[in-house]
Design a protein around this ligand. Structure first.
Ligand code: HAM
Length: 420
């Protein structure tokens, strides 16, 4: 016998009943985002590698170490998307969306791929749900997005910590800050990892979110972007914070929050959870403003802001066992004999057409086994259909909770079930 083939490490199957909990979580996200005016976008999983190299940044951990990149049959370099912002920006430019509408609000849900070291809540294929808003420069829009997230986790009772916010400034702020950071880091160069020594020259901001040097006293003492913002950037950040306060959102300013992408320009934020199921404290959501990305990728100058949440992490932190999310059948029809089995299908088709959830036993097994299955499926009611019931057009409808039985006309099942 040959060895069974296993799934790829870090890429998981999603099976029932877990898929029911996922479905619930995803539906709640979609409903909430749509109530805020976001419309769904779907883009391909594969993109040209250059999209992420340019969009996310050559010196980021994701682009340097974590992408699934390969050549196709014609030797073109393709990458399985590690995130969606770059793909949304590509689509926004490619379809000339800016010419069609002044404000664009998109949401997406789907798998992302990063070759990361695995732990609880960190996988190589993982799912994100996120939003991107193009065309609004006013800082109220990031406050609205954050409020939407806080509402989401509140409604779902996902325990989350106060929102962490920071501003990392844009093109106008960078030169000053970069100079201050490099001047500080240079004397400490030998205390940093090899990658960071290199990044000091190419992209010093990335030193601040290096996973190897995380926790190093050198990084803890580094100058903070917030102290080097231009007046205009500081005012924008303060305005966003003031809106959050007005909305009653609990947040903390974390001057060390930098996020691992080059595209951010202003306010950035994360929401973390310390739910025990996640093991260590970890990020449920990350996002921020990226006002320069669309133009730098060849589109018209367009302010933009967005976030993505990790679905696996949301599910791990969401209270309730997976089984609690599985919808139970309204009716289980047990069948005795072939004629009854066939007629059960006719009844089931009618009831399903009326919106009821009906399960029919197709296997010729004993009644006891059939009713046991009805119990296992947690059906609300059951019905036994045999030759006698077919002839009389009446059958006993059993409430599976109380075990009480009532004889009912098969033609009146809809109203009987609706009464329960
Ligand atoms: P990100 O912080 O890299 O941001 O990812 C967002 C969320 O995806 C994280 O907070 C986490 O919940 C989840 N996540 C990330 N990596 C993994 C992993 N390996 N396994 C499981 N979950 C993971 C972005 O991707 C940005 N594109 C967000 C954004 C949208 N910024 C602006 N617009």
């Amino acid at each position: 016998m040959s060895e069974p083939i296993q799934s790829v490490r870090g890429m998981n199957d999603l099976l029932p009943p877990d898929s029911a909990k996922w479905g619930f979580f995803e539906r709640r996200c979609r409903e909430l985002f749509e109530r805020h005016g976001y419309e769904e976008i779907r883009t391909p999983v594969l993109e040209h590698t250059s999209l992420f190299a340019r969009g996310i940044g050559e010196a980021t951990d994701i682009v340097e170490k974590e992408m699934y990149t390969f050549s196709d049959r014609k030797g073109r370099s393709l990458t399985m998307r590690p995130e969606m912002t770059a793909s949304c920006v590509r689509a926004y430019i490619e379809h000339g969306i800016a010419k069609r509408e002044p404000v664009t609000r998109w949401y997406y849900a789907g798998p992302m791929f990063r070759y990361e070291r695995m732990q609880t809540g960190r996988y190589r294929q993982f799912y994100q749900i996120g939003v991107e808003c193009f065309g609004v420069a006013e800082p109220t829009v990031e406050a609205e997005q954050i409020a939407m997230l806080v509402q989401l986790y509140g409604d779902l009772r996902v325990p989350s910590l106060p929102v962490q916010v920071n501003s990392i400034g844009g093109a106008a702020d960078r030169p000053r800050y970069r100079a201050a950071l490099v001047a500080y880091l240079e004397p400490h160069a030998t205390e940093l990892c090899g990658d960071c020594q290199r990044r000091m020259a190419t992209n010093p901001l990335r030193v601040l979110d290096c996973k190897v040097d995380a926790g190093s006293p050198v990084l803890a003492g580094a100058p903070r972007v917030l102290d080097h913002l231009t007046e205009a950037s500081r005012a924008r950040f303060d305005a966003a914070c003031a809106t959050l306060t007005e909305l009653g959102i609990q947040f903390q300013i974390d001057p060390r929050l930098v996020r691992g992408f080059d595209y951010y320009t202003g306010l950035v934020f994360e929401i973390q959870s310390d739910a025990p199921a996640l093991g260590t404290q970890c990020a449920l959501v990350g996002g921020g403003r990226y006002d320069e990305l669309v133009e730098s990728m060849g589109g018209p100058a367009t302010p933009a802001v967005g976030f993505a949440l990790g679905v696996e992490r949301g599910i791990l932190a969401l209270p309730g066992g997976a089984k609690d999310f599985v919808p139970r059948p309204d009716l289980f029809i047990a069948t005795l004999g072939e004629a009854a089995r066939r007629h059960a299908l006719v009844i089931a088709q009618r009831l399903r057409g009326a919106g009821l959830r009906v399960e029919v036993e197709h296997r010729p097994v004993g009644l006891k086994a059939q009713l046991k299955r009805a119990d296992n499926l947690d059906a609300a009611s059951s019905l036994v259909l045999g030759d006698v019931e077919l002839a009389s057009g009446r059958a006993k409808l059993r409430d599976m909770g109380t075990r009480a039985e009532r004889e009912v006309a098969l033609s009146a099942l809809e109203s009987e079930l609706a009464r329960r």
